[in-house]
Structure formats: structure tokens, C-alpha cells
Design a binder for this molecule. Structure first.
Ligand code: NAI
Length: 335
């Protein structure tokens, strides 16, 4: 039978880990014919809880589960790993400044990047879920110089899925009819959910939407959904985040549908004016196990008019460049 794929999950005893591991074991990420070996990395205080989760994984009698190991040793956790889901991170505590947050997460993601550099399999693919995800992905990537940079990604798929679902609900259409939605920027309140290219049942979606709804409800609704979940559930999004991580990896490995794209934060290749190397969310397709940024997107009247909403540097530069694509000479050429 096939060689198992080694999947390392950090923060395995956390709430996302709990929702994620069973779906991986069930074959929902890599396919129902691909055996997996799970490596669970936790901090020492949470190893026991992770072992409890490993016991439950055993009790699931998953035919595809070739083994589960629990460790608090960063180096062995990534040894031979084909896929790494970096979920564990240091949340911003009370009174913590941005600098403190970056330093704490540097202390997590730098050694993890180094361990990936030292021991991961050649085909290693990394998804960072732990926040601040874009920054954490960049830190890990910088510590793994021999791994192609685009193998380090950060998750904006949850935002993407939230946007698709919200549009479908607003239009009374099935979720599967909505395509070509893009999240630009970071997984944060400054992201830019972009519907200018979106289709519903293959037809442009924009004419069916009211600009005020897009600006006043849709964009802030997607960007602030995480806070709304915390307010309602008393805990942050977990099952939906795990589901998005599954979608991200599944598309990366198995490809995106031919007529659609998804949103992934990955190191920029300079596309849309985003500085080289900056981890930023773009519209991407996947084929043959690699992401490709969708290039040369046109923009609509709404985006052209620009918005005064704050945006992170990567989304800002993307939008600036897209606006400049509508400068007079280009308009003339298009006419
Ligand atoms: P949680 O607090 O329930 O679990 C985090 C786990 O990570 C804990 O078990 C903790 O012991 C572990 N951990 C901390 N440092 C670690 C280290 N150095 N190595 C290994 N494990 C470590 O948190 P939850 O709800 O599972 O969320 C995890 C992360 O995902 C958070 O940073 C959260 O902000 C982020 N998140 C990102 C989303 C996205 O769309 N990108 C969506 C939702 C959450």
C-alpha cells in the first residue's frame, strides 16, 4: 500500500487542533486513499492533553491513520514532515504591545522554520494558521532558506469561505455557484474582500449587488466575523478555521477547479505591486501541487473609485497598482 504522508500539527491540543486532526485522519485533506502519519507538537504543559487527543484518534479506528506521535521537541516534530500545519501561536495578551507579540511569536516560528530547514521532506508544504499568520509565515520562511519560499503560506481561506458564504446567502444562491472571490491582504480587520471579479452561476455578480451593501455590510461583515464569533460562542472560531485549513491544503495538493480560484497568503513575487517576499493574500489557482497567482485582473468601477478604508501594506499596494491599471493610457488601450 502507499507510503503514509507525514503531517505535523502544532498546537495540537488547542481547539483548532481538536477540530482538525480527526478530519485529516478521515482522509478529508489528502484524499480517501492516502494514509497519514500524524505528529502532534505541543508545549510541555499541553503534551498530556495532546496525548488524550491521540488516544481518541486511536479510538476512531481510522483506516488511513498509520500512526500518531506526540512530542514537545521541535526538531523531531518536523523530521521527514511532508505537510506542516502551524496552528500553535502566542495570542496577544492584555497590555501586550505589537512588538511583544512579534517577539513572542518569533520565539516560536523561528525555531520551527529552522527545524523544517533541517529535517523536513523535500516536498514540505507549510500552512501557518496561528496569528499573526502572515508575519509568522514570513518568520518561519526566513529560517528555512533552502525551502522554496512559496511553500510557506498563511491562511486567508477562512475569510474567503466567509465571503463566499455571505454572498451566496445574500443572493439566495447555493455556495457552490459563487466563484472568483478574492481576499487581499492579511487575515486581520484590514483585509480587503474583493467581489469585483466574482461570478454567480458563471455570471458577473457585481450588477446584482448594491454598492452600499458591499461597503457597509459585506466588507466589514467578513473582516469582523471573527469578533462576531467570539461574541456569540465565547471562544474564537475553531471548527470553521480547521475546515478552512483542510480546504487550503486539499486545494494545494489536489488543485483548484478550472473555472475558479481561491485566496492564499504567500510570499509575493512582486505581483500587483506588492513588494517581493512580503507575505500577502492573493487570488491563486493550484495545479500540479503549486500555487500560481492569478495575474492581470481587471478592476471594476467600485474598486477603481478606491476606498478610504485602511488596509495593510500588501493589500494597499495591490489596490494601488490595480487602480493605476485604470490610468488614462491603459483605458485608451483597452478601448
Ligand atoms: P488554542 O489556544 O485553543 O490552542 C493553541 C495551542 O497551541 C495550545 O494548545 C498551546 O499549548 C499551543 N502552543 C502554543 N505555543 C506552542 C508552541 N510553541 N509549539 C506548539 N504548540 C504551541 O488556540 P486555537 O483556537 O486553536 O487557535 C490557534 C491559533 O489560530 C491562534 O493563534 C488563533 O489566533 C489562530 N487563528 C487563525 C485563524 C486564521 O484564519 N488564520 C482563524 C482562527 C484562529
Amino acid at each position: 500500500s502507499a507510503t503514509p504522508v507525514t503531517v505535523t500539527v502544532t498546537g495540537a491540543a488547542g481547539q483548532i487542533g481538536y477540530a482538525l486532526l480527526f478530519r485529516i485522519a478521515a482522509g478529508e485533506m489528502l484524499g480517501r486513499d492516502v494514509p497519514v502519519r500524524l505528529r502532534l507538537l505541543e508545549i510541555p504543559q499541553a503534551v498530556k492533553a495532546a496525548e488524550g487527543t491521540a488516544m481518541e484518534l486511536d479510538d476512531g479506528a481510522f483506516p488511513l491513520l498509520a500512526g500518531v506521535e506526540v512530542t514537545d521537541d521541535v526538531k523531531s516534530a518536523f523530521d521527514g514532515a511532508n505537510i506542516a500545519l502551524l496552528v500553535g501561536a502566542r495570542p496577544r495578551g492584555p497590555g501586550m504591545e505589537r512588538g511583544d507579540l512579534l517577539e513572542a511569536n518569533g520565539g516560536i516560528f523561528a525555531p520551527q522554520g529552522a527545524a523544517i530547514e533541517a529535517g523536513a521532506a523535500d516536498d514540505i508544504r507549510v500552512l501557518v494558521v496561528g496569528n499573526p499568520a502572515n508575519t509568522n509565515a514570513l518568520i518561519a520562511q526566513k529560517h528555512a532558506p533552502s525551502v522554496p519560499p512559496e511553500r510557506f503560506t498563511a491562511m486567508t481561506r477562512l475569510d474567503h469561505n466567509r465571503a463566499v458564504s455571505r454572498l451566496a446567502r445574500h443572493l439566495g444562491a447555493p455556495v457552490s455557484d459563487v466563484s472568483r472571490v478574492t481576499i487581499w491582504g492579511n487575515h486581520s480587520a484590514t483585509q480587503y474582500p474583493d467581489v469585483s471579479q466574482a461570478l454567480v452561476a458563471g455570471e458577473p455578480l457585481l450588477p446584482r449587488l448594491d454598492r452600499a451593501w458591499i461597503e457597509d455590510e459585506f466588507i466589514p461583515g467578513v473582516a469582523k466575523r471573527g469578533a462576531a464569533i467570539i461574541e456569540a460562542r465565547g471562544a474564537s472560531s475553531a471548527a470553521s478555521a480547521a475546515s478552512a485549513a483542510i480546504d487550503h491544503m486539499r486545494d494545494w495538493v489536489s488543485g483548484t477547479p478550472s473555472d475558479d480560484w481561491t485566496s492564499v497568503a504567500l510570499p509575493s513575487d512582486g505581483s500587483y505591486g506588492v513588494p517581493d517576499g512580503l507575505v500577502c493574500s492573493f487570488p491563486v489557482t493550484a495545479a500540479g501541487g503549486s500555487w500560481r497567482i492569478v495575474e492581470g485582473l481587471d478592476i471594476d468601477a467600485f474598486s477603481r473609485a478606491g476606498s478610504t478604508r485602511p488596509s495593510p501594506s500588501c493589500a494597499r499596494s495591490a489596490r494601488r497598482s490595480r487602480r493605476s491599471a485604470w490610468s488614462e493610457p491603459l483605458l485608451d488601450r483597452r478601448a
